[in-house]
Design a protein around this ligand. Sequence first.
Ligand SMILES: O=C(O)CCC(=O)C(=O)O
Ligand SMILES: [Fe+2]
Length: 335
Amino acid sequence: MSNIPIVDFSAWNSSDTSARLRVAKELVKASKEVGFVYIVNHALPDALLDEAFDWSRRFFALSQEDKFKAPHPKGWAVHRGYSWPGLEKVSQAMSEENDEERIEKLREVTDYKESYDIGSDENKDQPNQWIPEDLLPEFRVFMTRFYWECFGAASDIMRALAVGIGLDDEEHLVKRHSGHNNQLRLLHYPPIPAGTLESEAMSRMPAHTDWSSMTMLFQDDCGGLEVEDPSQPGTFIPATPVKNAIIMNVGDLLQRWSNDYLRSTNHRVGLPRLSDRFTGASRMTRERYSIPYFLAPDPTTLIECLPACTNRDNPAKYEPITQGDYNRMRASMQY
Ligand SMILES: O=C(O)CCC(=O)C(=O)O
Ligand SMILES: [Fe+2]
């Protein structure tokens, strides 16, 4: 079993003030100490999550030619549509001088995954790249609904975080997220010979932090997600799949916003954990599906130290920055 705390969210939507406060405090304690938490008894029905994974499987089962009808636009400015294995390279790098040479080096190990990114249709800066409707009828309708259902659940989590941090206004964080700047990502890690992961010739997803405000992650039963142990840097603990739980993690923006009170923790995806991870002579790993939902404030939102996270003895550590500027700084290294 892993050491990632589990928070039962059912009391959050009750009228019992002290039970609500308890949920909020538990959530913030986990976000402070580990940066990752399983949330159970949340607002998203099991059937909805099953359906999301069904659609994801159907999407990635389309032919390469069909998936290429909604390609991720070239460059880093628009993060929507289909990314084929090897296109994206996750890294911790920040944009600096001599980027080209550094990006070349980073790309030497391929991330063996494919993804499809979806946002709000009203976000004109990040136009969705839908596949033609007849290829997968109702896919767009479902994903649009799922996107907004996820935002509803995320809003509850943000309210609980605000209360747990001790902000006067429960809506403080929600008010800064209209929902139109979030990103829903379908991820598929195809089967791969275990040896190529072991020798690090390829990776599923190397260690990184998210630059969201927070992320909700859904995963299938394959396993492989690992979280850096805050008490032992460099050691990773498995985020064992818990059916229909939301794995919530704090992103870099919320860490910065909270003056490092909440922790944005390194995580990665490696070999499946389960005993049935390999098949055949070439030791093919199981394929894996996951669905992260990255929450981001609106681009003009100024990320400046939350009032409850600073005092005379603990001054603000970071300059205020808009979400847009921060995102540009990070995203330009990714594609
Ligand atoms: O696939 C996963 O479980 C993790 C994905 C992830 O960390 C990310 O997309 O940032
Ligand atoms: Fe991540």
